[in-house]
Design a protein around this ligand. Structure first.
Ligand code: GLV
Length: 395
């Protein structure tokens, strides 16, 4: 029988999570926008990148250690900011942050998390990262940044691609609201997940704790729902990035770049890194996979800024492919969420270890000892052609 102990892959953790997490929250993680074409391609395009096997290369003393935005990490990977993580498992963000800290990789807390900045601070000993959604209420944005600074957050991740939320059919069918509001049909889904329910009863963290009680006029779930819909700033521009960067004054990572022109604009802000990301296929359906956009972005700005990638990574092989294509770091969302749903903190730790071992083994077979030396020479073939327009607008 498959258990956390016998799980060998991220896909195993996904099977366990599906059994243990109520459907509406499992589906929230395992879904993309509209037809889910881009969500699917994020994964399948990785299989089109073939690695170059080498033999008779000295392979002892391998290391995955590197730096991301100047911080020492045990491997080139960070845990992505994911919304409602505390609904995959009670106190999910606190557990994931702890597992990441123990594993020596960064954890980025979402604005739309269940556990607050202060909750995560209370269970960690090293700085974590914070992801910001820009709201119309700039005073509230500033207060979030103040709280992040007070908690010792060492890098800010600014998400640029969610000023409106795409339709994800599963969420509509499940009547999932943000923040979660329980309906009779949800109780049926929960009744079949008794351990999840017991743990949820054991915590008081059930709503968006970065927001409720902090933003003006938001004290309960009902008002927060209306507030969220009206608060994401549809006018977000590169000018806003400038004032946010100034106000923050620390390391900045721009998330959601899928275009060469936008990558250049991100460089112009003076940010430390950008993440080539289509939000895990959850926003613009019909665009290409993020891994497919990585090479043109690296070509255009790779010398000027750290380029990272997220979306579709399920194995250490995928990580090796992304690093070989020029990514300085890889971000994982669903892999750690499945671990969390499967087994709380131990499950997140397991997801990180699975990826670490797979990356180490893959790197060795490619004849590399140091992850910082991985590059295009480790590739045999990339099975997608360069874009004819290179990310530019047609003439
Ligand atoms: C939020 O970031 C979401 O993708 O649901």
């Amino acid at each position: 029988m498959l258990t956390l102990g016998s799980a060998l892959t991220i896909d195993d953790l996904q099977i366990l999570a599906r059994r243990r997490v109520p459907k509406l929250f499992y589906d929230y993680a395992d879904s993309g926008a509209l037809t889910e074409q881009t969500y699917g391609m994020n994964r399948s395009d990785y299989t089109r990148i073939l690695l170059r096997q080498r033999v008779a290369r000295a392979l002892s003393n391998r290391t995955l250690k590197t730096k991301i935005v100047g911080e020492d990490v045990s491997m080139p990977m960070a845990l992505s900011p994911t919304g409602m993580t505390g609904m995959q498992h009670a106190d999910g963000e606190m557990l994931a942050a702890r597992a990441a800290e123990k594993a020596g990789v960064p954890f980025a807390l979402s604005t739309m998390s269940i556990c607050s900045i202060e909750d995560v601070k209370s269970v960690t000993t090293k700085p974590f990262w914070f992801q910001l959604y820009v709201m119309r209420d700039h005073d509230f944005v500033k207060s979030l940044l103040d709280r992040a600074k007070a908690a010792g957050v060492s890098a800010l991740v600014l998400t640029m691609d969610l000023q409106l939320i795409a339709q994800r059919h599963k969420d509509h069918r499940n009547a999932l609201s943000a923040p979660p509001k329980l309906m009779p049909k949800h109780l049926m889904q929960m009744a079949t997940r008794p351990m999840w329910c017991l743990r949820m009863l054991g915590t008081h963290r059930h709503t968006f704790r970065n927001i409720v009680g902090h933003a003006k006029g938001v004290d309960d779930l009902g008002s927060l729902h209306g507030w969220t819909n009206s608060q994401f700033d549809p006018e977000l521009s590169w000018k806003d990035v400038a004032w946010i960067k100034d106000y923050w004054g620390g390391k900045l990572i721009i998330k959601g770049v899928m275009d060469v022109e936008d990558a250049k604009a991100a460089v112009d802000t003076g940010a430390d890194a950008l993440i080539v990301s289509n939000h895990g296929g959850r926003q613009l359906d019909g665009t290409c996979s993020s891994i497919r956009m990585l090479p043109p972005v690296v070509d255009a700005v790779g010398k000027d800024i750290e380029v990272h990638v997220d979306g579709g990574i399920r194995t250490g092989i995928d990580m090796m492919r992304a690093l070989a294509l020029g990514a300085k770091a890889t971000w994982i969302g669903r892999p750690f969420l499945y671990g969390l749903g499967a087994g709380g903190e131990a499950g997140v730790a397991k997801s990180i270890e699975i990826l670490r071992q797979e990356l180490d083994m893959t790197m060795a077979f490619c004849g590399e000892r140091e992850v910082t030396k991985v590059g295009p020479h480790n590739l045999l073939e990339v099975g997608f052609a360069p874009f004819s327009r290179g990310g530019q607008l047609p003439e």
